[in-house]
Design a binder for this molecule. Sequence first.
Ligand SMILES: Nc1nc2c(ncn2[C@@H]2O[C@H](COP(=O)(O)OP(=O)(O)OP(=O)(O)O)[C@@H](O)[C@H]2O)c(=O)[nH]1
Ligand SMILES: [Mg+2]
Length: 414
Amino acid sequence: MIPILLVQLSTPAQPAHAYDLEELAALALQVGLDPVQTMTQHLSKPSPFSAIGKGKLEELKVLCETTDIEMVVFYNELSPTQMRNLEEVLEIEVIDRTMLILELLSQRASSNMGKRLVSIAQMKYLLPRLSSINEMTDRQQGGIGLKGPGETKLELSRRNLEQSIKHEEKMLRHDLKVRLQNRKQRKRNDLKTVAIIGYTNAGKSTLLNTLSSLGKEKDKQVLAKDQVFSTLDTASRKITLPHAPSFIVTDTVGFVSNMPAHLKAAFNATFEETVDADLILLVLDASTPYLDAHLKATEDLIDQLGLTYKPKLYILNKMDRLTYPEHFIFHRFPYLKVSLTQGHDVKNLIDTIVTMVFEEDVVKHYLIPYEEDHHRAYLRNYSVVVAETHHAKGTLIQAKVSSKVAEHLKAFEY
Ligand SMILES: Nc1nc2c(ncn2[C@@H]2O[C@H](COP(=O)(O)OP(=O)(O)OP(=O)(O)O)[C@@H](O)[C@H]2O)c(=O)[nH]1
Ligand SMILES: [Mg+2]
């Protein structure tokens, strides 16, 4: 592990929170960096030369010279000039949180879409920094590696880079369009959809897996792991539970507070699938000391996506980690306390989800002629059939249906 120092600059425009550096430390550990020391400075605004002030820079230089620190990681995003100046003074590699997140994401991305998202964000980050990176690679060959394949990037001229960004964005739009078509297809099927949204590592994928394991697509599990950004792509599963119509559940990309701007745009594109969900499940890790910050980040995203007025269920997960779960107070409604991995209150959770998804459904009666029996199969698939009796003219069916199904079968209402 490479010993590093974390630095945060607190300004009135971007005030520091205690958890900022803790979260940065957790991110750093995941790419093999070992945060051994931290430093925070309060300033009215960042210095254009080196972000931190002159005195602090001197202090930092002494630290770098007298300890075995090999790299400095800034919480705040650095301009190309600041980064260059800092490296010149400190004579070691300096990176910022955005670079760290990009590095982590590029290690994690496995699906085509995930890779594309990360590569667009990386190229956009690189573009304004091309000239300084050229200079830096001239000065310090090699480095620790986070600056990546410097040589290959060097070969890319600004124009090439711009063209690649355009190309990748076009491909991304294409990917998203294909998804949109799939989504429309599902809508045409009149299946209800549920979207899972939440801070990274909250347990979103675990929830999708829990639901899938009860349905027919048992074996189609997604990756759920104790690390940030496990999921870099949305995944949808059709869930078929006993005594309820099937519905689609979509797992989404996790996010962190203060997402770097380039990443935010790319990530938000992946949430497009959630826009017409019938229900949003907000998963939160109830055991984190930073629950308030996670809740805020989650709700901010909900607002940005225009999902403020959608039906929502807050799922307070990881209750098993609390010493007194019964004392846990939460001020949003409706909510449920669960432990997905322990299976605590999962049955109740599933019942609540089903009730909420289908709550607006109404009971209707249909007379389906025998020669149009496929409508009977349709009803069985997309609604809850309460009763069925056979008559001379056809099957008389009583079913609890959604407004979409009701619209579809209007002609057969009895
Ligand atoms: N103790 C405990 N751990 C849980 C619980 N639910 C999930 N976890 C663990 O939390 C970790 C993260 O779970 P994921 O489902 O991958 O979280 P995610 O929200 O999909 O994370 P990203 O995809 O990275 O955004 C995994 O190691 C899970 O096993 C729970 O109820 N209790
Ligand atoms: Mg996940």
